[in-house]
Design a protein around this ligand. Structure first.
Ligand code: LRH
Ligand code: MN
Length: 439
C-alpha cells in the first residue's frame, strides 16, 4: 500500500511513485543526520524498528461522530452496528499498521453471539483490548438508577446491581479474549454536603474488591480518575492519588489508567505518569488532547510537547526494563467535527510520532547533564529530540508494516468513506453518549 500524496500540504495529488521517491529522500536525509549525530540506539533503523512495535487500541465508541450536549453532526457512511465498527477499526489498522486491537464498551457494544463477534474480529485481523463498563447511564428496563452513583450509592441494591454489571462485562470480555477491565465511575457529588466524602470512597473500594476478586488470573483491572463531570463538586475518584489508593488496596493486578484529558488545567501529566510508573501502578492510557476540560480532541493537536514528555517517561521505563512495565495504550476521543476515521488515523500518527521522538533522546547525555546540574543542556537535549522531524521514520515504519506512508491521504484516495456511504444506507448511527442527531 503506498501513498499518493506526499505531505498534507501538497496542493496537487502526486503519483504514489513520486510520493515514494519523496519519502526515500526525506528518510535518507534524516537517517544521514542521525548517523552524524551518532547517539547509540537512536539511528534511523533503531527508531523505525521501535515504532514498528508500537501499537494502540481503537475505542469502538469513537468510530462514530461524538457530539456535545449542544448537538451532534454525524456524517454519511458511519458505522451503525458492532460489525461495522469492527470493520472501521480494522481499516485504522490497515492504514496505520499500529492498531491491531479494539476496546469495547458495554452495553454500547452489547452482542449476543460472542463467538461470531470474535471470529469476525479475527477475520479482520483484530483482537480485543480492555473492556469498558458503564454505570454512568441508566439502560432501558434497568431496575435501579445510577443517578446518585453506582459503587458509592447509599442503596446497597444499586451497588449490587453495579457489581453484577461489572461481572457481566468480565464474562463478555472473557468470551472475546480480552484481558482487562477498565472502570471509570461517574460517581460523586455536585454540591457540598451531598455525599459523605470518606464513606463513598470506602464503598467504592469495597465494591471494586468484589470485582477484582472476579477478574480471571491473567487479567488486570484499570481504574480511571477524572477531576469533574458529570460530578461538578466532589467526584469519588477525582485524581491519581485516589486511584492509586484504590489500586494499592486491591492488589498487584489493579492499576491506574491515565486519561490525558482527565487533569485540571496546567497539571503536569508526565509527572503523574512518572509517579505511577515509580509505584509500579501505571495501567496505561486513554490518549487524547484538550485545551480546557475533558475535550477528547485529537492527540497531539493542542499540546504536542506535553504528549512527547509523557512518551519520554514511557521510553525511559521501557529502556530501563522497569519491572511490571506493561502499559496498555488506548485512545479515548470524541470526534465532533472531523471524519471519525480521519481523526483516528491522525491520532495514531501523532502517537507514533511522539513515540519516535522519545526514542531519539540522547539518554546518556541527558543523564549526565541532570547529574551535573547543567539545566540548559539537559533541556536542550530533550528539545533536540522533540524538534527532530521524525515523520519520515514513522512513515518508513508504517511502510515496513505494510501500511500507508500517509494514512489520511491513503484513506481519502481509497475513497473509503464514500464507499461506506453508498453501503451503509438507513438505520441511524447513534452516538454512544446518546447525544441527539442534529442531522
Ligand atoms: C469518561 C471517559 C471514560 C469512558 C468514556 C467514554 O470521560 O473518559 O474513559 O468510559 O469517557
Ligand atoms: Mn477515558
Amino acid at each position: 500500500m503506498s501513498a499518493i500524496l506526499s505531505g498534507p500540504a501538497a496542493s496537487s495529488p502526486r503519483s504514489s511513485r513520486d510520493a515514494e521517491r519523496d519519502h526515500e529522500r526525506d528518510y535518507q536525509a534524516v537517517a544521514e543526520r542521525l548517523e552524524r549525530r551518532a547517539v547509540p540506539g537512536t539511528s534511523a533503523e533503531d527508531v523505525v524498528e521501535a515504532v514498528r512495535r508500537f501499537a494502540v487500541a481503537v475505542p469502538s465508541w469513537a468510530l462514530v461522530t461524538g457530539g456535545t450536549r449542544f448537538g451532534r453532526f454525524p456524517g454519511p457512511g458511519e458505522p451503525r452496528t458492532l460489525a461495522e465498527r469492527l470493520e472501521d477499526a480494522a481499516a485504522v489498522h490497515r492504514f496505520t499498521g499500529a492498531a491491531p486491537r479494539v476496546s469495547l464498551h458495554i452495553p454500547w457494544d452489547a452482542h449476543d453471539d460472542a463467538a461470531a463477534v470474535r471470529s469476525l474480529a479475527e477475520s479482520l485481523g483484530l483482537g480485543f483490548d480492555a473492556m469498558n463498563s458503564n454505570t454512568f447511564q441508566d439502560q432501558p428496563g434497568q431496575r435501579l438508577s445510577y443517578k446518585l452513583g453506582s459503587f458509592s450509592h447509599p442503596d446497597p441494591g444499586v451497588r449490587r446491581q453495579a457489581i453484577a454489571h461489572h461481572l457481566h462485562v468480565i464474562e463478555a470480555g472473557r468470551a472475546l479474549g480480552s484481558q482487562a477491565l477498565s472502570v471509570w465511575l461517574a460517581d460523586g457529588s455536585s454540591y457540598p454536603g451531598q455525599i459523605p466524602l470518606r464513606g463513598t470512597f470506602d464503598r467504592v473500594r469495597e465494591c471494586l474488591a468484589e470485582v477484582y476478586s472476579a477478574i480471571p488470573s491473567d487479567w488486570r483491572l484499570f481504574i480511571e480518575h477524572k477531576p469533574y463531570e458529570p460530578a461538578f463538586y466532589a467526584p469519588v475518584v477525582p485524581d491519581w492519588g485516589s486511584s492509586l489508593l484504590l489500586a494499592q488496596s486491591l492488589g498487584d493486578r489493579a492499576q491506574c489508567l491515565v486519561d490525558l484529558g482527565h487533569h485540571l488545567p496546567n497539571t503536569n501529566v508526565e509527572l503523574v505518569v512518572a509517579r505511577l510508573l515509580g509505584a509500579g501502578k501505571l495501567a496505561g492510557f486513554h490518549f487524547n488532547d484538550s485545551k480546557y476540560g475533558d475535550d477528547d480532541l485529537t492527540a497531539g493537536s493542542i499540546k504536542p510537547y506535553g504528549l512527547f514528555l509523557v512518551f519520554h517517561e514511557l521510553v525511559l521505563a521501557e529502556r530501563e526494563h522497569l519491572p511490571g512495565f506493561r502499559p496498555a495504550y488506548l485512545i479515548d476521543q470524541s470526534h465532533n467535527l472531523k471524519d471519525p476515521l480521519e481523526d483516528m488515523l491522525q491520532t495514531v500518527d501523532q502517537l507514533q510520532l511522539a513515540y519516535a521522538k522519545a526514542w531519539l533522546v540522547d539518554h546518556a547525555a541527558l543523564a549526565s547533564y541532570q547529574e551535573s546540574g547543567d539545566v540548559t543542556m539537559a533541556e536542550r537535549t530533550l528539545k533536540d529530540a522533540f524538534e527532530t522531524d521524525a515523520r519520515p521514520l514513522v512513515a518508513e515504519a508504517r511502510r515496513r508494516n505494510g501500511a500507508a506512508l500517509d494514512p489520511v491521504a491513503m484513506f481519502r484516495t481509497a475513497g473509503y468513506r464514500a464507499a461506506k456511504a453508498r453501503e451503509r444506507v438507513g438505520g441511524a448511527t447513534r452516538s454512544s453518549l446518546g447525544v441527539p442527531d442534529d442531522a
